[in-house]
Design a protein around this ligand. Sequence first.
Ligand SMILES: [Zn+2]
Length: 104
Amino acid sequence: MIIATSPLEGARSALPIWTEFMLKAYELHPVRDAARMSFTPPSGIEIVKIDAESLLRATPSCQNTFEEAFVDGTAPATYCPFHPLKITKRFNGHRALAAVAVAQ
Ligand SMILES: [Zn+2]
């Protein structure tokens, strides 16, 4: 049995073609009712906001983000180091993180 191997994977070969196809399709046939386009992920899938620069979990300070679907337990565990949160207040003696961007 011969198993063909290729340096191409789906994300680098088929995905760009599919993305271009869908962008053209939506350009020619715009979505009339965006609410009908909503999607409820199946169980075992979590949607996580990702920072586009670090490709890690976005913090509220991250400006360029996108949502990505992950199988439970496979999403990045660490948060974006480029746009960290700042510890600003104490509540009942405990430090709390606030969604304030640290000066770069
Ligand atoms: Zn970030």
